[in-house]
Design a protein around this ligand. Structure first.
Ligand SMILES: *[C@@H]1O[C@H](CO)[C@@H](O)[C@H](O)[C@H]1NC(C)=O
Ligand SMILES: *[C@@H]1O[C@H](CO)[C@@H](O)[C@H](O)[C@H]1NC(C)=O
Ligand SMILES: *[C@@H]1O[C@H](CO)[C@@H](O)[C@H](O)[C@H]1NC(C)=O
Length: 497
């Protein structure tokens, strides 16, 4: 009688896995960092010891090298090979790699996926309607930033302590965005604002599932996390319903106005109007309004959570540095007096110290690696001579570039808030080394808006409150694998007057 124990099956399984999943490296490829534990490879170090591990690999194996994580080979790129990725955007695909972790194409089911065509459309929308309309929308942004601060921070005659300030900042940042996306009428409804505010937050749990299944096949993780959606569970549906209910009456009113006024109709400046003007807009057709609302959700998804992240990091960076706060207060007060409390784009440009500080804060975002891509051509040769085969997953060693002595000087590791002052190097300017918004022709087109909103938020906040960390120290970010999150420690708010 043959008795097969679970253990024996396990051993056979592991051996088979080991054989089929052994990485094969071609001869002109970047070196594969050696490892001792089969199958697992570098996974453990990659998750629990990222910063040190990647740094040591680069010191030992050079600016580009491959590691073996979650059952596949991934190539880490820094310096010139990183720049090559931005210079050759047609060879590298960010969308398909991102979809594996966050299946937006399965969540926004009416949007027809996140194919290159729709990415182009959203980039154009952002350029023309969001970043391109700062002048027109600055009054709305200002008004709702103040409202948001009143609602979320309010009166701090007695010092108020806020933990996990990202959530609070997210609420404040989302309010102006909701207003310039759907217009003031629809955004006067709290449930709609909540939906736009929480959209990214509600998808958070999906990110938290570690891609264990990738050990078996690269696409298995994506397949499994999207299973619930195939059975009708979708965290976005509820938000879609809410937003549709609120924008439908507004669309109807606007169409009536258009009919009545004809030539004299005064178009609104929001995204809703922009979508209404698309040739394929016909909200009476069954899937048409959900489609446009899903477009709006893509815009929400890429703007709210990222901008609030930048603003929350800056808030913690500021709260830990009392001298900096004083210096920025001086600047803010001067500008506030000049414009009598009502900012224009020119006034925001005048906030040069604040701009340098925001840029330095972004440079210190402390993500170790970022922007995973698939190489989608047959093969790609980097300027340093190494070649990678098609289908290879790559990730950028952004922290190395952002802290490089070569570009930022010997004190590159330090936090120097006024590092960029007098350097004609505004926070929105993408260059070879300042890659927080990506680079090349695909650099994030929303950065102009994101920086403006962040600066305006900090400006108004500094005028109104004194902020400090509860601990009295500079707080570090949380590190989860290669990615960082804002600190969750307490921030103390006190009224200035
Ligand atoms: C931002 O999005 C991430 C990913 O979905 C989520 O984990 C995080 O909680 C969100 N933050 C806020 C403040 O919404
Ligand atoms: C400045 O603003 C205040 C109130 O917002 C207003 O009463 C005052 O007239 C304004 N002053 C100037 C010079 O515009
Ligand atoms: C920037 O320039 C101003 C005047 O042009 C000067 O007073 C200031 O010290 C400079 N700051 C830095 C950090 O170089």
């Amino acid at each position: 009688m043959i008795e097969v124990s679970i253990f024996q099956i396990y051993v056979v399984f592991i051996i088979i896995l080991y054989i089929i999943r052994r990485p094969r490296i071609g001869k002109d490829e970047p070196p594969l960092v050696p490892y001792t534990i089969p199958i697992l490879g570098h996974t453990f170090n990659y998750i629990f010891n990222t910063k040190k591990f990647i740094k040591e690999c680069k010191e030992q194996y050079g600016e580009c090298f491959s590691i073996y994580v979650f059952g596949h080979t991934m190539t880490i790129l820094s310096r010139s090979s990183l720049t090559d990725v931005f210079r050759n955007p047609d060879d590298f695909d960010l969308t398909s790699a991102t979809n594996e972790i966050l299946p937006l194409h399965q969540l926004l089911i009416y949007n027809g996926g996140t194919c290159r065509e729709s990415v182009k459309f959203h980039a154009k929308t952002t350029r023309e309607q969001v970043s391109g309309k700062l002048d027109t929308n600055i009054g709305v942004v200002q008004k709702y930033l103040l409202k948001g601060m009143e609602k979320w921070i309010g009166d701090c005659n007695e010092p108020k302590i806020v933990y996990s300030a990202w959530n609070m900042v997210n609420g404040i940042i989302a309010l102006p965005i909701a207003n310039i996306f759907v217009g003031e009428e629809a955004a006067s409804h709290e449930d709609l604002v909540k939906s736009l505010e929480n959209l990214a937050f509600d998808l958070g749990p999906l990110f938290m599932i570690p891609p264990i299944l990738s050990f078996i096949h690269q696409k298995l993780h994506e397949f499994v996390i999207t299973l619930p959606m195939k059975f009708g569970w979708n965290p976005v549906s509820r938000h879609r319903e809410t937003v549709m209910n609120r924008v439908r009456p507004v669309i109807e009113t606007r169409l009536k106005e258009k009919n009545m006024l004809g030539e004299n109709y005064k178009p609104y400046n929001d995204l809703l109007e922009y979508y209404m003007n698309q040739p394929d807009f016909d909200y009476t057709k069954p899937k048409n309004l959900p489609y446009h609302v899903d477009n709006l959700f893509v815009m929400t998804f890429v703007s709210v959570n990222t901008t609030s992240r930048a603003a929350a990091d800056a808030l913690y960076d500021l709260a830990g540095r009392p001298e900096l706060l004083n210096e920025l207060y001086e600047e803010a007060l001067t500008i506030d007096r000049e414009c009598n409390g009502s900012l224009t784009v020119a006034d925001v440009k005048k906030m040069v110290k604040l701009d340098s500080f925001v840029k330095e804060s972004l440079r210190h975002n402390d993500n170790i690696l970022n922007l995973v891509h698939y190489m989608i051509s047959k093969s790609f040769t980097f300027s340093n001579g190494f070649t990678i085969p098609g289908g290879r997953k790559i990730i950028l060693y952004t922290d190395d570039m952002l802290k490089s002595k070569e570009y930022f000087g010997v004190d590159a590791e330090e936090f120097e808030p006024f590092r960029f002052l007098n350097k004609t190097s505004p926070a929105t300017k993408v260059d070879r080394s300042y890659i927080v918004f990506g680079g090349g022709r695909h650099a994030c087109p929303g950065r102009f808006f994101a920086i403006y909103e962040t600066k305006m938020f900090l400006h108004k906040l500094i005028l109104k409150y004194k902020v400090s960390t509860k601990s009295g120290k500079i707080e570090d970010k949380l590190l989860i694998g290669p990615f960082s999150l804002p600190s969750q420690s307490g921030i103390v708010f006190e009224n200035r007057n």
